[in-house]
Design a protein around this ligand. Structure first.
Ligand code: NAX
Length: 327
């Protein structure tokens, strides 16, 4: 058996974590031969509920679960950790403006970034799920100057997965047949689900769907899927978000499928003209525990406009928390 790895999950008593933690402990994150130690962070008032979750994890007697730490101290939660899934965030309260939400989260993610910088494994892989995910990832990254910025990522895999299923259902195929979909930009309603490079069962996706459906139906359905889940379920996406978080880390750690790519919010190096340093969702290929932005894709005018609109939103989010970002 391999030596255990440490996996930190924040917001560990919340609803996404209630799906996520049990699947991590069952081996769905890194494989059935990889023991894990769960390091669970919550705010103080939620520690009792977190204790209950830890008791249930104990009661599953998962063979791969090598230990559980529960804490309200980020310095403890991130100690020596190899993987961090930052799920906990401040939800928008009544009367809260967008800027207030950004600032409240900036406070949380700057503390966690510093704790990662000071205590985590130097090879840590960080995934931010808590919204606004891309900007929260940027704040954590900027507060961890000793860690390579490439190690901080934001989750757009749920959007990617949503896009795969919508395209598969429209064309009468399965998700296994759909390749090379892209989510560009922010995990928000400005995200751009791009099918121009996608194939379905080996055929060019744009030959199988018409532009009117793509623009009026597909793009808004993927962009607004989170709101549609809330309207239907009375609560936001939880199990699907947890599943996408597992997919994101597993692909990053173990590699993407041959002949395909995934979407990840990653540190922009200026590819496709996107401002360097933003955490922006790109098509990426993963290999040997690292990711690379897919290069050389042709971008038409329609796509360019949408990619820039979501870039602009990310620039505005960053500018709204500028004073909390170290130089
Ligand atoms: P919940 O409100 O059920 O759980 C969040 C938990 O985080 C709570 O238990 C809370 O006590 C904890 N928390 C708050 N501040 C914390 C801090 N400073 N340190 C540690 N824990 C803290 O929300 P849930 O439904 O689990 O969603 C979590 C986050 O995921 C939200 O921000 C949500 O908007 C975001 N989502 C992101 C998605 C994505 O694709 N990137 C999709 C799903 C989801 O909407």
């Amino acid at each position: 058996m391999k030596a255990p790895v440490r996996v930190t999950v924040t917001g560990a008593a919340g609803q996404i974590s209630y799906s996520l933690l049990f699947r991590i402990a069952a081996g769905d994150l890194l494989g059935k031969d990889q023991p894990v130690i769960l390091q669970l962070l919550e705010i103080t008032p939620a520690l009792k509920a977190l204790q209950g979750v830890a008791m249930e994890l104990d009661d599953c007697a998962f063979p791969l679960l090598a230990g559980i730490v529960t804490t309200d101290d980020p310095n403890v939660a991130f100690k020596d950790t190899d993987y961090a899934l930052l799920v906990g965030a401040r939800p928008r309260g009544p009367g809260m403006e967008r800027k207030d939400l950004l600032s409240a989260n900036a406070a949380i993610f700057s503390v966690q970034g510093k704790a990662i910088n000071d205590h985590a494994s130097r090879n840590i892989k960080v995934l931010v799920v808590g919204n606004p995910a891309n900007t929260n990832a940027l704040i954590a990254q900027r507060n961890a100057p000793d860690i390579n910025p490439r190690q901080f990522t934001a989750m757009t895999r749920l959007d990617h997965n949503r896009g795969l299923t919508q395209l598969a259902q429209k064309t009468g195929k399965t998700v296994n047949d759909v390749k090379k979909l892209i989510i560009w930009g922010n995990h928000s309603a400005t995200q751009y689900p791009d099918v121009h490079h996608a194939t379905v069962d080996g055929k060019t996706a744009t030959d199988l769907i018409d532009q009117a459906w793509y623009e009026a139906d597909y793009i808004p359905t993927v962009q607004q899927r989170g709101a549609a889940i809330i309207a239907a379920r009375g609560a936001s996406s939880a199990a699907s978000a947890a599943s996408a978080a597992l997919d994101h880390i597993r692909t990053w750690a173990l590699g993407s499928a041959e002949g395909d790519w995934v979407s990840m919010g990653v540190y922009s190096d200026g590819s496709y003209g996107i401002e360097k340093g933003l955490i922006y969702s790109f098509p990426v290929v993963c290999k040997n525990g690292d990711w690379e932005i897919v290069q050389g894709l042709e971008i038409n005018e329609f796509s360019r406009g949408k990619m820039q609109a979501t870039e602009k939103e990310l620039q505005e989010e960053r500018d709204a928390v500028k004073e909390l970002l170290p130089a």
